[in-house]
Design a protein around this ligand. Sequence first.
Ligand code: HEC
Ligand code: HEC
Length: 367
Amino acid sequence: MRRSAAALALAAGLAGCGGGSSGAPAGPCSPPGAGVDPDRPAQRLSELCLVEAAGGGTVAPRPGVVPYDLNTPLFSDYALKTRTVWLPPGTRAAYDAEAPLDLPVGAIVTKTFALPPDLRTPTAALRLLETRLLVRTAQGWRGYPYLWNAAQTDATFQPGGAVLQLPLVTPSGAAVTASYLVPSVTQCARCHADTPDGALHLLGPTARNLNRTLGYPSGPENQLAHWSAAGILVGAPAPADAPRLPVWNDPGTGSVAARARAWLEVNCAFCHSPGGLARTTGLYLGTGVTDPYQLGVCKPPVAAGPGSGGLAYDVVPGDPDASILVYRVAATDPVAVMPQLGRSVVSDEGLALVRQWIAELPSQPCP
Ligand code: HEC
Ligand code: HEC
């Protein structure tokens, strides 16, 4: 009794701090409806009532905000990610078998990044780094980065982005220092916009990448089925009839080739596609690409030079060491690193998968 009275007094004291370091807004909190002003983004993430710090370097979705996960995610210097989607009440997304789901005006998608100092014990000393927002306004998608404070209570709008120097031990035990990028508002477009119109769009939530089971408070359920039942998705077939992307690091979900192609789609194809930033290379890495030359087989690079590591072809079947694609996934030097931004350390596991895929391609000398 005495203890709970003290806890109440403490809570009241914190709520009364207003602009203090606690960051938690007083009173009820509900997501903002369609009322996010694209010209005046919220200064604090907590004002939007989408996710809140839940301790131990994690965030929890607020009521009405739906968490989601992807079969195969983008690698971002080993950061662990929590994603959520929120749709204004009464609105829904239309199912699409191919393209990322088209969310209605007012929708807000969040992605929160956290890193522990040692990836071998990922929940120990986990820290929240940043939360990125994509907001669907009447004028299209807008992207906003928020940087978490040292007290881990709230995140502040950071339009110019940041680079964080973070010592890391990777899953295989290597000690590295990540120059971790919190992208600026302008940098969102490097990956989220197609050329030439430059309009931002969603990347992750395709039916095939969402088609998996997630643990909800109500129990485990397929995400497409859950979204349909929650009334935020219309027109979706039964999950068994929807396409499904393999989980890149789960051999039970696909062959080496299928998982490597899934990894390349999510990590590379948003630039390496006919509308992407790397369209002029003619190297297209989406899972739908069937022409071996477009996939890099015996294809000389458009720009020879230091980015190619002195090698002649993007992919030499059966020979990962002769393949520029492998060289650039293994690179950290800015002239060669792929993706061009958003990664400063090597994904040893992604590299191993791509190497194995090329090693297993029937050996073929290039002309
Ligand atoms: C290096 C490329 C890159 C940059 C730069 C980038 N993103 Fe993304 N982002 C991605 C990819 C790829 C995904 C989907 C895969 C995933 O979620 O792991 C994604 C996913 C997201 C999502 C979840 C919804 C979706 O589209 O899948 C949000 C929200 C988001 N990004 C916001 C931002 C904002 C805001 C910025 C700029 C401050 C930004 N991103 C910069 C590549 C990038
Ligand atoms: C943010 C955009 C972006 C992303 C993401 C990206 N690339 Fe690139 N890539 C480029 C651009 C631009 C070029 C052309 C300039 C150059 O060669 O550096 C290029 C060139 C290449 C080339 C030379 C291709 C040729 O035939 O000329 C290879 C190989 C390559 N990228 C591999 C990859 C791989 C593998 C990934 C994913 C792990 C990836 N890239 C992700 C932008 C990107």
